[in-house]
Design a protein around this ligand. Structure first.
Ligand code: 5AD
Ligand code: SF4
Length: 396
């Protein structure tokens, strides 16, 4: 049955159309998934609203990367109980990374009875069916779908939130299994979109007048490994920059273990590619990097930074740092401070380690107290602030 088409037929009879409120949490990949879903919902005949109190359909697209993100969503969907009490016909759905975890489905099923259905990161195509069931059977109690469908990530809707800046996913999933990270568990293995599809999307957006296009992936540097024949990321980047139009290109995120010189050379040689690279370091300690399963050393990382700065004049490099990974000692942390001073990042995103059930690091002993982690975080931020101030003064 064509559920999306059937819903559309039903909704065209309504005037004004019912409204949808959709909010995404987490990384830009997740926000992009949310926009793609919203595009499909608007195609079905819903109108978008930012007033949650009058929406006929409420969707929260969730993140699982840190516990704080999950707690926030659970707090919000807890509050939706009142909305459901006032309007039993409102349909409430929760999707994305957080609900890909079976223990979260159990929790929602048992303790958040206002939620009508949940669907995971593989089940976007099942959304119309779940919605149709909820729309046509009020007695239905809680549906969910977290099956790991073997989709090739082709069913992407180019709907964008903004008129100037656009985002295009080039791949899904991750194969790296960094020991702290939930992503490979909630988004599955790496799948790349065909280069032709991506270039066609860039052309469509460029023709519409978008000024900034960001290519998204959990590890863009391993783009194309699953394609037949494989396509290196540097080739995609070069071809993308050759698409006609007045736009600049960005991409996130890179994994230092896969960041090769050919990519840096393409950035250097193409005026259309933004001279900023986000290169998550995570830790400056080789011992911790190994425990994290990152497959590079601080020396290898600095080699890339030096090459990028030499090859691309004025190149900005930003990074992510995790503080308080299990077993991180004062010495390990000093190593991080050291490399932060040496690399002179344009921006630092700092995160206190969050234990994620099912990951390898969750089983590692963690003796560092919360207080110690907070002190380290404050120190790191203050080191970075001094670097930024010094650089600003140099520019003046
Ligand atoms: N705890 C804290 N930070 C994490 N990140 C990923 N997993 C965790 C975790 N368990 C951070 C990493 C990553 C960024 C997107 O989030 O620094 O690069
Ligand atoms: Fe993005 Fe990871 Fe959060 Fe999912 S869990 S939304 S992939 S940061």
């Amino acid at each position: 049955m064509d559920y999306a088409g059937t819903i559309k037929q039903i909704l065209t009879k309504l005037s004004p159309p019912p409204t949808v409120y959709l909010h995404s949490f987490g990384c830009r990949q997740n926000v992009s998934d949310g926009n793609s879903l919203l595009g499909k919902i608007l195609d079905m005949g819903f109108a978008e609203t930012d007033d949650i109190n009058t929406a006929a359909l409420i969707i929260y697209n969730t993140c699982a990367v840190r516990e704080s993100a999950e707690k926030k969503v659970l707090g919000i969907i807890g509050e939706l109980k009142h909305i459901k009490e006032n309007n039993p016909d409102v349909i409430i759905a929760v999707c994305g990374c957080m609900v890909q975890q079976p223990q979260i489905i159990e929790l929602i099923k048992n303790s958040y009875r206002q939620v009508d259905f949940c669907f995971g990161t593989f089940a976007y195509d099942k959304f119309p069916e779940l919605l149709y069931n909820a729309l046509t059977d009020r007695n239905l109690r809680f549906q969910y779908d977290i099956t790991e469908y073997k989709n090739e990530y082709s069913n992407f809707n180019l709907h964008q939130e903004d008129n100037e800046r656009a985002e295009i996913p080039i791949m899904q999933g991750c194969n790296n299994f960094c020991t702290y990270c939930i992503v490979p568990y909630v988004r599955g293995r790496e799948r790349s979109r065909p280069i032709g599809d991506i270039l066609a999307d860039i052309k469509t957006l460029a023709d519409k007048g978008y000024k900034e296009i960001t290519l998204l992936g959990q590890n863009v540097n391993s783009y194309g490994n699953t394609l037949k024949p494989p396509v290196p990321f540097s080739k995609l980047l070069k071809r993308a920059a050759e698409v006609e139009g007045d736009f600049i290109l960005r991409f996130i995120s890179s994994h230092p273990k896969d960041m090769r010189k050919d990519v840096i050379d393409v950035i250097a040689d193409s005026p259309k590619i933004c001279k900023e690279i986000h290169l998550p370091l995570q830790s400056g300690s080789n011992r911790i990097l190994e425990l994290m399963n990152r497959h590079y050393s601080r020396e290898m990382y600095m080699e890339i930074v030096k090459y990028a700065k030499k090859r691309i004049p004025g190149c900005k490099i930003s990074t992510d740092i995790i503080i308080g990974f299990p077993g991180e000692t004062e010495y390990d942390f000093e190593q991080t401070i050291d490399i932060v001073k040496e690399a002179e990042f344009s921006h630092l995103f700092t995160f206190i380690y969050s234990k994620r059930k099912g990951t390898k690091a969750a089983l590692m002993e963690d003796k560092t107290t919360d207080l110690q982690k907070r002190i380290r975080m404050t120190e790191l931020i203050s080191v970075q602030r001094k670097i930024a101030e010094r650089r600003e003064n140099e520019i003046k």
